[in-house]
Design a protein around this ligand. Structure first.
Ligand code: LMR
Length: 396
């Protein structure tokens, strides 16, 4: 059976962590995967999570199966966070939320569900997009196309190209959009540009699928969630995958959700019934611990405040690293302008480093980045940044 099986290539992002883990150099730095590290280079365990876990341990609750769609308290809290507790879609019970195995799991549920609903539609992702988007939708059976997004010349968004693509796609096309903190470029749309995107998507009958894996890492929880709210207000079917991997630093717990806006409560209940079939045939029902933690934090006012403060702390530290990165490169590599790094949002920067330069950083300096030049700014800290800057200056 396996005699002719070919070796698969390493995953373009998680494969970097594998190579990094195997590297014996004590000065190695992993700027590949999208993980937030604190100033000591550690993945933080948030205080709000510790406190919620202490509450949960006290309860010694039995570990029975969760419902297919996940913990009810979690789904409710996530729905309020994603759409807004006071939003029409929530108040009119038109929203459907199912706990999912991280943001990736939510995307896969949405993709499998859409393949059943709209088998002939094609999917459009941004050029470039998160490395796994294409593979994930292709594995659900879709043809995946790319719409123009990043403009390497301006280091910003090729908005005219993007809008033109939206205006010429066949009706019923599925459009994957990054709600905030675009992965991999860090280049987001302005509010005015979103207005035009929402208008194009709704007027042309496209199916929007918003991926929101970094809420709170751009300008704040509320500000980063605005695009979802605006799409929901515009009406029409809407898919939103969200994740707490980064915002709660709960990577290994795989806590996310698929959120769908339907046009009536009755339609929403039919949507949920079908979504449950997708979940049941994939993994039956989700694990409980991460969902319990997030639900406890979101529903407990002082823990929620603590979470918002801790998330703000992560956001501010990333900004400080962006500023330090740019100002240090001004000294070490004055011929090149990296000011664009300060404008970018979220964990990532499309640094402009070429594949060859990324290779040199890895081979000569044990500094790991994605081949496309994406670096995770959230992995820089006051101890490793000088080494990283010297290495980058040497390969430029
Ligand atoms: C990333 O883009 O690095 C993260 O979303 C982690 C992943 O699963 O790829």
């Amino acid at each position: 059976l396996f005699s002719a099986i070919e070796m698969a290539p390493r995953d373009p992002i998680l494969g970097i962590t594998e190579a990094y883990n195997a590297d014996q150099n004590p000065a190695k730095v992993n700027l590949g995967v999208g993980v937030y590290y604190d100033d000591n280079g550690k993945v933080p365990l948030l205080e709000c999570v510790k406190k919620a876990e202490a509450i949960l341990i006290e309860k010694y609750a039995p570990r029975t199966y969760l419902p297919i769609e996940g913990l009810a308290a979690y789904d409710r809290a996530v729905q309020d966070l994603v759409f807004g507790a006071d939003s029409a879609v929530v108040k009119e019970k038109r929203a459907v939320t199912a706990q999912a195995i991280g943001g990736t799991g939510a995307l896969k549920l949405g993709a499998d569900f859409l393949k059943r609903l709209a088998p002939d539609s094609e999917v459009w992702i941004s050029d470039p997009s998160w490395e796994n988007h294409r593979a994930l939708f292709e594995s659900a059976g879709f043809k995946v196309n790319a719409y123009p997004y990043y403009d390497a010349a301006t280091r910003g968004v090729n908005f005219a190209g993007m809008l033109n693509a939206l205006q010429t796609m066949p009706a019923g096309s599925i459009v994957l959009l990054h709600a905030c903190c675009h992965n991999p470029t860090g280049a987001d749309l302005t509010n005015e540009q979103w207005t035009q995107v929402i208008e194009a998507v709704t007027s042309r009958g496209l199916i929007p699928f918003l991926d929101m894996a970094y809420q709170g890492f751009g300008d704040g929880i509320e500000a980063d969630g605005q695009v979802v709210r605006r799409f929901a207000e515009a009406g029409g079917a809407l898919f939103v995958s969200n994740s707490f991997s980064k915002s709660f630093s709960l990577y290994g717990e795989r806590v996310g959700a698929l959120n769908i806006a339907a046009s009536s409560a009755e339609e929403a209940s039919r949507v949920m019934s079908q979504l449950k079939r997708v979940i049941r045939t994939n993994y039956s029902n989700p694990p409980s611990h991460g969902g319990q933690v997030v639900a406890t934090v979101l529903a407990t006012p002082e823990l929620r405040q603590l979470w918002e403060d801790e998330l703000a702390g992560m956001r501010v530290r990333i900004r400080e690293m962006r500023n330090a990165f740019v100002s240090k490169l001004k000294t070490k590599a004055p011929a090149q302008n990296f000011d664009f790094v300060i404008q970018q949002r979220g964990m990532f920067s499309y640094s402009g480093l070429s594949k060859e330069q990324v290779g040199q950083l890895r081979d000569k300096h044990s500094i790991y980045a994605v081949d496309t030049g994406r670096i995770c700014v959230a992995a820089l800290n006051s101890k490793n940044i000088d080494g990283v800057i010297d290495a980058i200056a040497s390969v430029l």
